[in-house]
Write a protein that binds this ligand. Structure first.
Ligand code: NAD
Length: 363
């Protein structure tokens, strides 16, 4: 007999399909909800069908009635809410759609949980973008990367919220609604403020998913444009480690209810743009043609998550090293090179790669 039931919104996306595979192979009954708006989602579903049993709901989370129906038909023990408009650039050109998906869509889900299944653990995939530019943090150059001069553990949850960009606002609103629904309605809900997540099944595009996009572009032999000096650094987390953290949260609802957690690779898993180029060149055995362009406005030199709260509360820590993670991603890209030759993402004219988590590129 199968165990508890989890609803994964955005379950055909990068993080979502990895989560669906993880839970589906661990005795969970999985429902994947997605509107399949993102390139690569059909391929992810196809991959998922091969070896994982799950129900699929093609639903747009902006549609309240459709979300209601999903909750009235099955009783979920946990909801991992990943469905989102994910690119900061898109949020700037179309802020209304961004708001409708990220803010209203999350509200629709929370409200359905409140009325149908308030016991369900609710995990919201928030973003480090809720902290904005982190005014006041000082940084310095340290070899191939920038580093914080005054935050040895990175940015903690006590950092003031400072929503920047429509994406920051819509995700930030959803983050605050999530925490408030825990306080007001007693839902065991948590916001995971994710830094840069990377891994297999990530159809990275120039505006979102830079680690995957660099890897894909370099395999396809396309030039890469780096905005700035390439020494901007992020703490990167392999997707399997993130999914393990979701599981740790789901089995400890009392510990996470109403809490926000910063999650990324932390100070132990850092990667600058040129670090990644270096790793990929070694794997490819050739130089990758690079073009350098001006810094993008507001591009942060550094973002590093302080992950000590999550480590303390859930006993979780990252396990996949940057070297292993990039190797897994690159091997997946190699095995699927043909698939990248066709999607719209790979057909963009020049590979104008956004810098790591800059002002405008996405989470
Ligand atoms: N990947 C990262 O580095 C990162 C960092 C911080 C936060 N996040 C957050 O994590 C979550 C997952 O990110 P991802 O990288 O897997 O992105 P993704 O784009 O691969 O997945 C998002 C999924 O949501 C679906 N979707 C979009 N609009 C929808 C709608 N209206 N209704 C239903 N489904 C819809 C898309 O089809 C896609 O499958 C997102 O909420 C994102 O904001 C990701």
């Amino acid at each position: 007999m199968r165990g508890k039931r989890v609803l994964i919104t955005g379950g055909a996306g990068f993080v979502g399909c990895n989560a669906a595979r993880y839970f589906g192979t661990r005795n969970w009954r999985v429902t994947v909800l997605d509107d399949l708006s993102r390139d690569g989602t059909e391929q992810n579903l196809h991959w998922l069908r091969d070896g994982t049993s799950f129900d699929f709901e093609r639903v747009d989370i902006r549609e309240r009635a459709a979300v209601e129906r999903v909750f009235s038909e099955r009783r979920y023990d946990a909801v991992i809410h990943l469905a989102a408009q994910v690119a900061v650039t898109t949020s700037v050109t179309d802020p209304r759609t961004d708001f409708m998906i990220n803010a209203l869509g999350t509200f629709n889900l929370l409200d359905a949980v409140r009325r149908h299944r308030p016991e369900a653990v609710f995990i919201f995939a928030s973003t480090n973008k809720v902290y904005g530019k982190i005014e006041g943090a000082r940084y310095q150059l340290s070899g191939s990367r920038y580093a914080y001069a005054d935050r040895p553990y990175g940015i903690g949850e006590e950092q003031a919220l400072d929503f920047l960009s429509p994406y920051g606002c819509s995700k930030g609103a959803a983050d605050q609604y999530t925490l408030d629904f825990a306080r007001i309605y007693g839902i065991p809900a948590t916001a995971f403020r994710q830094s840069c997540i990377y891994g297999t099944r990530q159809f990275g595009i120039e505006d979102q998913g830079w680690v995957a996009w660099f890897t894909i572009a370099s395999r396809l032999g396309r030039p890469i444009t780096i905005f700035g000096d390439g020494k901007q650094v992020r703490d990167v987390l392999f997707v399997d480690d993130l999914v393990r953290a979701y599981e740790a949260a789901i089995v400890a609802p009392d510990k996470i209810a109403g809490q926000a957690f910063n999650i990324g690779g932390g100070p132990g898993q850092l990667l600058s743009l040129i670090d990644l180029v270096d790793i990929l060149e070694k794997r490819l055995g050739r130089k990758i043609p690079l073009r350098f362009d001006d810094w993008r406005p507001g591009d942060q030199r550094v973002y590093i998550s302080d992950i000590r709260k999550l480590e303390r509360v859930l006993g979780w820590k990252p396990e996949v090293s940057v070297a292993d993670g990039v190797a897994q991603l690159d091997e997946w890209v190699q095995r699927n090179e043909a698939a990248f030759a066709t999607p719209a993402a790979a057909q963009k004219p020049a590979v104008k790669v956004a810098s790591a988590e800059p002002a405008l590129p996405a989470a």
